[in-house]
Write a protein that binds this ligand. Structure first.
Ligand code: CP3
Length: 344
């Protein structure tokens, strides 16, 4: 069989139609996801149930035939595996026990011990690598250390990552020790996903945009570079997608500096600008605004076509600029796919 389209794009091949998948493609906008989550009980029980987590990963593949499946899990499972408490408050989001003092840090486990908690996730990957259609690429993922640290320090999501910035200002050595532990843990976690069958891995740095200047280089770029170098040393040829969300000008050169095979773009950058300044270094992924999955119509089709056209001269994987939201209409997802594949 010919090589999978996502893997070809990640090697730099320019395809006549970009392969497509969607961040949060398994999620609350799908009735079948809501039913399986109810069966599991709650979100975390779903993440740690390999059969059901594989089932929700497969649902959007069955419904839409995306070119990639992304493992169903969460970036906050790693802090839990390091010993943090984690729970989700319905309608609000994640809550964690906080790490703001040396004593909080000292009780965290070493990176080599994360596998006990995370072993069900590797089992999900194994099931998926057996059950996915032959043409579908399996993507594993983890949060980037900075983004995960912002949740561990604040104990929740924050609009401006204030508590993490405050810790940098007040106790940089402690912040850096936490970042180091997360960097090592991420390498361990992604390595095991790859051994279990993940064909690509993606690093989500959702809050990279709140780092500026030297802090961006130290806390977003450098951990990504180290993680990618170590993964490629352990698993030669494994492609990596990096998503330094809202990095703006810092997207330029990010792939070269970190060794990423592809940079995922949020929708704050224009496709024409990104084609000229980021895609020159290799594959890019993105970047339709997720609001189109709610609003649909001609604007969705026009914008999807614009993005395909802007990136048509280089390697491109079509995606949203951020995750699809629970209020999205499943029919708009089909409309996006048809527009990208030239079926309408
Ligand atoms: O993309 C996928 O379909 C794969 C699974 C996946 C989830 N979360 C499932 C999920 C992935 C890749 C993530 C990544 C993730 N998780 C990120 C990085 C990407 C981003 O969105 O910026 C972050 C910051 C998290 C942390 C997290 N998980 C938050 C802040 C929340 C609550 C907000 C929300 O959307 O409800 C979650 C919960 C979560 N993770 C859900 C899903 C499907 C919703 C939970 C539910 O079913 O109730």
């Amino acid at each position: 069989m010919a090589e999978k389209t996502i893997l070809r794009a990640l090697k730099g091949e320019v395809l006549p139609t970009p392969p497509i998948w969607m961040m949060r493609q398994a999620g609350r906008y799908l009735p079948e996801y809501r039913a399986t989550r109810a069966q599991a009980g709650d979100f975390l029980s779903l993440c740690y149930n390999p059969e059901l987590a594989a089932e929700v990963t497969l649902q959007p593949i069955r419904r839409y035939g995306f070119d990639a499946a992304i493992l169903f899990a969460d970036i906050l499972l790693l802090p839990q595996a390091l010993g943090a408490d984690l729970w989700f408050v319905t309608g609000e989001g994640p809550r964690l026990s906080t790490v703001t003092t040396q004593a909080d840090f000292d009780v965290l486990k070493p990176a080599s011990e994360v596998h006990e908690v995370l072993s069900p996730i590797y089992e999900t990957v194994k099931i998926l690598s057996r059950e996915l259609p032959a043409e579908t690429t399996l993507i594993g993922f983890a949060g980037a250390p900075w983004t995960v640290a912002t949740y561990m320090i604040a104990g929740r999501g924050t609009p401006d990552q204030g508590p993490a910035h405050a810790l940098i200002a007040e106790n940089r050595p402690l912040f850096e020790a936490l970042l180091e532990r997360l960097t090592e843990g991420t390498i361990e976690y992604l390595s095991k996903q790859i051994e279990a069958g993940a064909e690509v891995v993606k690093l989500f740095d959702s809050w990279a945009g709140s780092l500026s200047g030297a802090d961006f280089d130290r806390y977003a770029l450098e951990p990504a570079r180290r993680i990618i170098a170590e993964l490629k040393a352990r698993h030669p040829g494994i492609p990596v997608i990096a998503f330094p969300r809202e990095a703006g000008e810092k997207y330029v050169g990010f792939a070269r500096a970190t060794g990423a095979d592809c940079v995922a773009l949020d929708n704050s950058v224009s496709p024409d600008w990104a084609a000229a300044n980021v895609q020159v270094d290799g594959c890019v992924q993105g970047n339709l605004a997720s609001k189109h999955m709610v609003t649909g119509g001609d604007a969705l089709v026009a914008e999807a076509r614009e993005i395909v056209k802007a990136f048509s001269k280089g390697p491109h994987i079509f995606n949203l600029g951020h995750g699809i939201t629970p209020d999205a209409d499943p029919e708009n997802v089909q409309l996006m796919i048809d527009a990208v594949r030239g079926k309408i």
